[in-house]
Every structure is written in structure tokens, then in C-alpha cells.
Design a protein around this ligand. Structure first.
Ligand SMILES: Nc1nc2c(ncn2[C@@H]2O[C@H](COP(=O)(O)OP(=O)(O)OP(=O)(O)O)[C@@H](O)[C@H]2O)c(=O)[nH]1
Ligand SMILES: [Mg+2]
Ligand SMILES: [Zn+2]
Length: 358
């Protein structure tokens, strides 16, 4: 295994350059716990802890490593363990708002090239949920692919595929059954060496079943380090990022129950609803509210059936949520800025006082 087979590239190398003097090496996070991680390097798998300094300087959990991150690792001499000094800047990140009331970003996985948005063609099949996932995927910066699993449970998978393609303009849609191992070939274009793919979706849609299919039977055994070379504690490790036989790096994630947006941007809404923008551009007034104005192309399209009413409602709802999330994120930034300003001014006052004292 080489760094590039783990997804390393020139841009990451440039970011890492100043850290190499710290006696650190790059490592990829395959599983993140609270303050510790399992990381993979060309030499194998290691347990690693964040340094106290790193924990101290982390202002939110988003500053701590997540699966898929690249970190600067310093190995402890003679041990299969090391310390994480920093997280390298993330290329892409799949985030949502943390569950509960806290207004905090939860990063589900980082440095993804592709996200497989897995839905099941059973009673949980839901176009509106697919739209929500698509919105998160567009915000992540990774390329989305909709995967419709459990085709064996649907009377007409092709019809479902067409329906999904209509709400996911420009996004590839694959229909398959992970259980029967049918239709898996459709995913081959993304399963490329050194490319990182995360499987995301609600609980029970078959992400882990599909992951196992993509990885083959011995996947869990691939490239685990032989701890025989190292003294010290034996470490048990759990992995979420695994290497597929094709060389692709596959991340299985736990099912997302709530899909709340984090600092979502309006561009992601436009991408998710790529059919609506051009339609609205045909309204007579450029600031048309699509609410009774003359020459409204949206209302005409709703009437003719060209635009599905449920999709239009979903668009409006997600747009409102997006605007709300953006306002909230701004407020958090404001508070953080004010806090650090207060610290600065307090320090300055303390200095001034100290100078004035005889
Ligand atoms: N009929 C059918 N069942 C499937 C298929 N894929 C997965 N399942 C079943 O769906 C159930 C849930 O599968 P998992 O792979 O655990 O789902 P998951 O998405 O990983 O769920 P979480 O880990 O909770 O997020 C299991 O009972 C699987 O056997 C499929 O293609 N067809
Ligand atoms: Mg699972
Ligand atoms: Zn209009």
C-alpha cells in the first residue's frame, strides 16, 4: 500500500510540507472515536490519540478528526501507537447539523470523492428524503450518485429509477440489490483505485450489506498491520474506511436519522433543484414570487403538470431551511468573533494596566 493508494495527492502533500519537520507522517483516519482514532499509513494500521494541545485548541468537534481525514501522525518509538498533531485541511466534507438542540456542525466523513446516497425500494422509499440527501451531498463538494437498493422488493424498479432521475437532474442513478448481488456493475465507474466513496443514507437501507458486497469477503483483513513488529499493547481496531478489491476506499457510515442542514448554501439548493431555476427564469418578472403574478412560469408549469406540486413544495421548504441554517451559522460565527475579540481586548487592557503600575 502506498500513500497515493490511500488517496494522497499533490495538493495534500503541499499542505503537509510544513509539518514534515515535526517528525510526523501523513495517515488516513479509518475510524474515529472521541479523542482517539485508528489510522492507516503505508506501514499499516495504528491507534492514535489527539495531542492535549490539539484538544485544547479545538474550538468545536469539527476541529477533531473524522473518518476520511488526513492527519499528521507521530509514532511512539517501538509502539503500534502514535499521536495526532493536526488535521490537514479537508478537500470535501459531508456535514449536517448535530442532532439535538446544539447548533454545531457534525462532520460525517471527510475527503470524499463520491457519495453513494443509498435509498431502499421498500416501504421507506421516499423522493423527498432523496432530495434532502442530495442537498447535503451537493454541499459536501463530493460527487453524488443515487443508489436505489433492494430492487428485489420493488415491482417495477425501472419506473422508480425514472422517477428518481426526474428529481435528481444530472445525477447518476443506480438500481441494484445488495442482497441478490444484482446490478452492482453499475457502480464500477466510481470504484477506482485511490478514490474515496462514502455510503450515506437512512438506517436499514442496506449500506453495510452493500459495503460488504463491494469489498468481498476478506475486506476486513486487508492491510491490517502485523503487530508482531511492535512492542506494547495489542490494539483492537474497528474500521469504517476499507479498501475494495478495485483499490477504491469505501466508507460505511451509520444511518442518519435526522437530516438537518448545517450552514447550507443557496448554490446547493439550486444544484439539487436544477430543473426549477431555468423554469423560474421564464417568469415575466425577474423578482417573481410565483404567487399570482401575471406571466408566472412556475404556476403555469404546476398547472400543466410539467412541475410536480410535491417537488415545488419540497423546493420551497428546503430553501427556507437553507436560509434559516445560514442565518444561524452566521450568528454562531458572530458570537465566536465577539468572544475572541473580548479575549484580545482583555489581554490588551491587562497589558496596559501592568505597564502603568509603578
Ligand atoms: N430484500 C433486500 N434486503 C436487503 C438488501 N440489502 C440489505 N437488505 C437487508 O436490509 C437490512 C438492513 O441492512 P443493513 O445493511 O444493515 O442496513 P444499513 O443501511 O447498514 O443500516 P444502518 O447501519 O442501521 O444504517 C438487513 O436485514 C439486510 O439483509 C437488498 O438488496 N434486498
Ligand atoms: Mg450499517
Ligand atoms: Zn413566477
Amino acid at each position: 500500500m502506498t500513500l497515493s493508494s490511500l488517496g494522497w495527492n499533490d495538493a495534500l502533500a503541499a499542505d503537509f510540507q510544513p509539518l514534515s519537520s515535526l517528525d510526523c507522517q501523513p495517515a488516513r483516519v479509518v475510524c474515529a472515536h472521541k479523542h482517539a482514532c485508528d489510522v492507516l499509513t503505508p506501514a499499516g494500521l495504528f491507534s492514535a490519540e489527539c495531542t492535549g494541545r490539539m484538544l485544547h485548541e479545538a474550538s468545536t468537534t469539527a476541529d477533531l478528526p473524522v473518518v476520511g481525514d488526513w492527519v499528521a501522525l507521530r509514532l511512539r518509538p517501538g509502539e503500534a501507537r502514535g499521536d495526532i498533531h493536526t488535521v490537514l485541511p479537508r478537500r470535501t466534507r459531508f456535514s449536517r447539523r448535530a442532532a439535538g438542540t446544539r447548533n454545531e456542525e457534525q462532520i460525517v466523513a471527510a475527503n470524499l470523492d463520491t457519495v453513494f446516497l443509498v435509498s431502499s425500494l421498500d416501504q421507506n422509499y421516499n423522493l423527498r428524503r432523496i432530495e434532502r440527501f442530495l442537498l447535503l451531498a451537493w454541499e459536501s463538494g463530493a460527487e453524488p450518485v443515487v443508489v436505489l437498493n433492494k430492487a428485489d422488493l420493488h415491482p417495477d424498479p425501472a419506473a422508480a429509477c425514472a422517477e428518481v432521475a426526474a428529481v435528481a437532474p444530472g445525477v447518476p442513478v443506480a438500481v441494484l440489490s445488495a442482497l441478490d448481488a444484482t446490478g452492482l456493475d453499475a457502480l464500477a465507474p466510481w470504484l477506482l483505485p485511490g478514490r474515496t466513496i462514502a455510503l450515506l443514507g437512512s438506517s436499514g437501507v442496506g449500506k453495510s450489506t452493500l459495503t460488504n458486497r463491494l469489498l468481498g469477503a476478506d475486506a476486513q483483513l486487508v492491510s491490517d498491520i502485523s503487530n508482531a513488529n511492535y512492542k506494547g499493547r495489542h490494539t483492537t481496531t474497528r474500521r469504517e474506511l476499507l479498501v475494495a478489491p478495485s483499490g477504491a476506499l469505501v466508507i460505511d457510515t451509520p444511518g442518519l436519522r435526522e437530516i438537518q442542514f448545517w450552514q447550507s448554501d443557496a448554490a446547493a439548493v439550486d444544484e439539487t433543484f436544477a430543473d426549477i431555476g431555468p423554469l423560474a427564469a421564464r417568469c415575466r418578472f425577474h423578482d417573481c414570487q410565483h404567487h399570482g403574478e401575471p406571466g408566472c412560469a412556475i404556476e403555469a408549469a404546476l398547472e400543466s403538470g410539467e412541475l410536480d406540486a410535491a417537488r415545488w413544495q419540497s423546493y420551497q421548504k428546503l430553501q427556507r431551511e437553507q436560509a434559516y441554517a445560514a442565518r444561524k451559522a452566521d450568528a454562531v460565527l458572530d458570537r465566536a468573533a465577539r468572544r475572541s475579540w473580548k479575549k484580545l481586548t482583555q489581554a490588551a487592557r491587562a497589558r496596559a494596566k501592568w505597564k502603568m503600575e509603578p
